[in-house]
Write a protein that binds this ligand. Sequence first.
Ligand code: SAH
Length: 394
Amino acid sequence: MKIILKPGREKSLLRRHPWIFASAVQSVDEPTSVSGSTVDLLSSEGKFLARAAFSPHSQIRARVWTFEDEPVGSGFLRRRIRTAIELRQSLKVAIHSNAFRLVNAESDGIPGLIVDRYDDVLVLQSLTAGSEFWKQTCADLLVEETGIRSIYERSDADVRDLEGLEPARGILRGAIPESQITIMENGLKFLVDIEHGHKTGFYLDQRDNRRRVGELAKDREVLNCFCYTGGFSLNALANGAKSVLSVDSSAAALGLLEKNLALNALPVERHTSLEGDIFQLLRKFRDENRSFDLIVLDPPKFAPTSAQADKASRAYKDINLLAFKLLRSGGILATFSCSGGVDTALFQKIVAAAALDAGAEASIIEHLSQAADHPVNLHFPEGAYLKGLICVKR
Ligand code: SAH
């Protein structure tokens, strides 16, 4: 099967970007081919550029497997999976944690495939036509290459819709006796609900940032907004925070947070959980003249793509402005965005505008991003979705 590109539209491929948009396609020789089947991408002059997965329903019509003229199949995927595993071994992340990302989609050369390891279970997410086509092969290869026998599938993300794929979840390989798995991270235990939790169960990308923010929390009164199952809260308590108030709108997440507190020998009397909407709660706190020494803002993805950037910018500005108001002088704001549609520069501008409108003077003391087990292929800047700023208010 072949896709011929419009004249000049091979440029992004020559820069090794792995996506071909429908608007760049001149012709497809077998347009009724099965979703996910392998296709050669050719320039308008007929020159071979790359081999890719065909996605007939998505605006991203093809995702590159390889820029070489090599067969795509089990042997190819095994090499990619092995390389991904070797990278994690070289990072030594496994010494500190039994939970990490093993395969990070495009950035590990397997577009659409996410694999997270939680102790002795793998959680697999297939997000694109190509990863779906090879899902069973990848599941077998993962078992062979990791020696882990149990794989749970969490292919229930909304983006599958764009690829014309139905949501899918359930056991893919082996047996999963319990949906809640205990992981170890930064010396703390967390329960991860792989069946009902967000994403594959845990926000592994924030591991290093939870440790860093924890280190800054000593003797501080901490407000952890969008706390989920308590990642930042537990790190803060473990590092001697004076108090921690954890807020989330999800009762289920807060339920797990309470269990996580109990799992670790932490001063629980210094911790309070609150179920509520952050946008309302920060206003209420402002009206009550409450103040804190450290505020964490780690909201959900407000802008999955740049189409939602304006609306998302307003939401980010709103919560950051309120947070600056609630911070005492010398207080720290750890603020994050995991929106693909808001890049680092824009995020910094939004936070600056928020400080200005809050009447706060603040400086950035650290720039944060996703942990190293979530690598970003240099030719795929979209992979760098998580950005964080640690600011100190003067
Ligand atoms: N910081 C967490 C991850 C946060 S994920 C960690 O380190 O694990 C984002 C969280 O925001 C989710 O738990 C979700 O339930 C919560 N959330 C989404 N919208 C919210 C809102 N308006 N108010 C409060 N919580 C919200």
